[in-house]
Ligand binder design. Structure first.
Ligand code: HDE
Length: 756
């Protein structure tokens, strides 16, 4: 790589002075002599900003695009400077009294550099600390325009968005694939102001009233004495709370199901959870629940994969999202709504719409699609965008209003309040990622981190000194007007009677699961409760499970070695809701990752065949990763993406094996891998591990050539479901892709039989 002219000039001068890389002494100049004060380097040509230095589009605090290109660039100019723009000649050495002398307090550059570094961190979010974000665009279908005047939902209206996905419990540095709820927060920069849809991948919540939020989060986070576990619910305080506070039963059941360990952010549903109120231009109102439906389908990991990934690739989900976007496989979701008449009771088919621990089954109220979200750009800077983005359920636009759900009411307070600590003051709306794209003309002034230079003298109303400006608008000019609902009531600390039903929908969920999903749920409870120390906590929770289902309770009790209690109340059976199950549908396999183990071929013929399979995977819109004993290029042409050292099965949705490579040999080329060990040489154990794990995790497994030997050494029966042995790679690939449509080979899980 050629050194940049500026860099090499700097090296010469600095090296000469410091001894780093240059001559120890410039002839005739003693080491201690002050260096030349001349400008050390001269740019040959103006340098363009580095791509990673351009920020998101910035808007002035009054909402106008700043326009000037350099204003979009966080860093400008060719020379290293201080924060004040002073050019620097050396940033590697403190200013000292002689090379071995004490550091001088007057070293303003040292102090500025270290001072800024000392304050680089801000408090992480109190919940949802770990997340990953992406930019995108939302296009309205216009399908909701008969019930809401929200402009961004209009037909073909395109609105820029920023989405942040997250786990809830873990710290910023915790792992992605833990069992947890996932956040799915979307900021729409609409022409009428910012609308935030701050949802989760689970449609219900642990609590019915925001006043319980500190309780559930204190219970679910680490134990206060040891600060363990990180990002896990498998511990005493969580199950202690969940056993005593049974309104958490349904949400907890979702967590214990496969929904608690998504395969990818791209393959999660999202839910607004609360019921919202849509308002049309005439003021007529409709109640709705928001849903996000992923185009790639809803898929999950299996628990062992999730655990392995915690070590092998703790960043699995954020890597997956960023890689997909970078590769141009832009993830998409349709926004949908379930629609309910806005009656005084605010119930639908007997379900209380203000109770966020309840769903309305999709079979009762279908999800109607009203727009399309496409994520198409990764953040340029994680801190500036993903870390500083501030969502708030109170960021609403005309046409969307809140309901009296007591959980939502507390959130309306919390999301503003928390930013004061996290983003250190009230001016966080001026941070580029939070700036509305609609004109802003507020009368909010001053405060920490004020970056606007407000003009005028009258930030108050009424005024005459600033010409009476700014003016208030009526609904016709797009003002937000709250729905003028009647409210009355006694002041009480009470919940409606229906909120006392904590089990019927958990049972509905259990009854809607396929056998294999039930088996996963049993295994999850058995694992989580099995990690608790307190016997009383386990026993009490078995009592909760008994109120969901006797088989569930008995199976978990058996695993824990405890007696299964009887239900404390009659179990209410309702018809299952097939939409709750993730199994039984087929989905596009776009963007799924296929590992291809190169076999021990005998020359370029095999490389060409392997190349053809790889190309066919690419043509199918999937991602092929060639796995070989070492890196480099097979046959000098086919690039290897993973070696036997770097590949682990959890990365792949399906595995193709083009032979049975012996340990420590080249895959293709000069040496025949089997030559040294003869025809019966054992297969490389790392390949056997790949095969065994892929098989155990229910993933399609294809092979040709000598692959059958590798399968049998790995203990994989040739006749097992989803094991595809064929004569050539392309035919095996075709069958593999078909299987991928159902995500996993579900028949490979023993499940059902034992569930009695
Ligand atoms: Fe949150 N929640 N929450 N929450 N929540 C936060 O806001 C809170 C709830 C959700 O990517 C915090 O900026 C209360 C439900 C997401 O930045 C905080 C209650 C749902 C995110 C907060 C809830 C959510 C948050 C922490 C009970 C699903 C991450 C940092 C009434 C519908 C957003 C922050 C992001 C974040 C409070 C319950 C989703 C403290 C008091 C229900 C996706 O304000």
């Amino acid at each position: 790589e050629q050194s940049h002219p500026i860099r090499s000039a700097v090296d010469k001068v600095v090296g000469a002075v410091t001894g780093d890389g240059g001559p120890a002494e410039i002839p005739g100049v003693p080491n201690s002599a002050p260096p030349s004060l001349e400008e050390p380097t001269e740019p040959r040509e103006p340098l363009p900003p580095k791509p990673d230095q351009s920020g998101p589009d910035t808007f002035s605090p009054t909402g106008q695009p700043t326009g000037a290109p350099q204003a979009k660039v966080a860093q400008d100019g060719a020379y290293l400077t201080t924060a004040q723009g002073l050019r620097l000649r050396d940033t590697d050495h403190s200013l000292k009294a002689g090379p071995r002398g004490p550091v001088l307090l007057q070293d303003h550059h040292l102090r500025e550099k270290v001072m800024h570094f000392d304050h680089e961190r801000i408090p992480e979010r109190v919940v949802h600390a770990r997340g990953a974000g992406a930019h995108g665009v939302f296009r309205g279908y216009g399908a909701a325009s008969n019930i809401t005047k929200a402009a961004f939902l209009g037909k073909d209206v395109e609105t820029p968005v920023f989405v942040r996905f997250s786990t809830v419990i873990g710290s910023r540095g915790s792992a992605d694939t833990v069992r947890d709820t996932r956040g799915f927060a979307t900021k729409f920069y609409t022409s009428e102001g910012v609308f935030d849809l701050v949802g989760n991948n689970i449609p219900v919540f642990f609590i019915q009233d925001a006043i319980k939020f500190p309780d559930v989060i204190h219970a679910a986070k680490w134990h206060p004495d040891r600060e363990i576990p990180q990002a896990q619910t498998a511990h005493d305080t969580f199950w202690d709370f969940a056993g005593l506070h049974t309104e958490a039963t349904f949400h907890t059941l979702w967590n214990m199901s496969d929904r608690g360990i998504p395969r990818s952010y791209r393959m999660m549903e999202g839910f607004g959870v609360h019921t919202f109120r849509l308002v049309d231009a005439e003021g007529a109102t409709t109640l709705v629940k928001f849903h996000w439906k992923p185009k790639l389908g809803v898929h999950s990991l299996v628990w062992e994969e999730a655990q392995l990934l915690g070590g092998v690739d703790p960043d699995f989900h954020r890597r997956d999202l960023a890689d997909a976007i970078e590769a141009g496989a832009h993830p998409q979701w349709e926004l949908g709504i379930q629609v309910f008449p806005d009656t005084p009771e605010q119930t639908f088919e007997g379900i209380d719409l203000l109770d966020s621990t309840k769903i309305v089954p999709e079979e009762l109220a279908p999800v109607q699609r009203i727009g399309l979200l496409t994520l198409n750009a990764n953040p340029a800077n994680f801190f500036a965008e993903t870390e500083q983005v501030a969502f708030h359920v109170g960021h609403l636009v005309p046409g969307i209003d809140v309901t009296d759900d007591p959980l939502l009411a507390g959130r309306l307070f919390s999301y503003l309040d928390t930013q004061i600590t996290r983003l250190a003051g009230p001016n966080f709306a001026q941070i580029p990622i939070n700036r509305p794209h609609a004109p802003v003309n507020d009368m909010l002034r001053d405060g920490f981190h004020q970056t606007a230079v407000h003009r005028g003298v009258a930030p108050y109303r009424p005024n005459s000194l600033d010409g009476g400006c700014p003016f208030t608008a009526g609904a016709a000019e797009g003002a937000y007007v709250e729905v003028p609902l009647e409210v009355s009531g006694r002041k009480v600390r009470e919940a409606p009677a229906s909120y006392a039903d904590h089990f019927s929908q958990a049972r509905l969920f259990w009854l809607s699961m396929s056998p294999v999903e039930r088996e996963h749920i049993i295994a999850a409870y058995t694992f989580e409760l099995g990690k608790c120390y307190e016997q009383a906590v386990k026993e009490r929770y078995l009592g909760v499970l008994a109120n969901i289902d006797s088989v569930l309770c008995r199976q978990v009790a058996e695993g824990l070695g405890l007696p299964a209690p009887a239900a404390s109340q009659p179990l209410a059976d309702s018809p299952p809701s097939p939409a709750l199950s993730q199994i039984g549908q087929t989905w596009p396999a776009d963007g799924r990752i296929i590992g291809i183990v190169a076999g021990d071929g005998d020359g370029n013929g095999d490389v060409a065949a392997l190349g053809a399979v790889r190309q066919a995977v690419l043509d199918g819109g999937l991602v092929p990763l060639i796995i070989a004993p070492t890196g480099g290029k097979l046959g000098g042409t086919l690039p290897v993406q993973r070696t036997f050292v770097t590949a682990r099965s959890v990365e792949f949705d399906a595995l193709l094996v083009a032979g049975a490579p012996a340990p420590g040999k080249d895959a293709y080329g000069a040496r025949d891998a089997k030559a040294a060990g003869g025809a019966d040489a054992p297969v490389d154990p790392r390949v056997l591990l790949l095969i065994a794990e892929v098989y155990r995790h229910g993933k399609p497994l294809g092979g040709w050539g000598t692959a059958s030997q590798a399968f049998s050494e790995a203990g994989v029966p040739a006749q097992a479901p989803g094991v595809l042995l064929g004569d050539d790679g392309t035919s095996v690939l075709r069958e593999t892709l078909e299987l991928l449509g159902t995500h996993r080979v579900w028949d490979r899980f023993p499940a059902a039989a034992s569930l009695t």
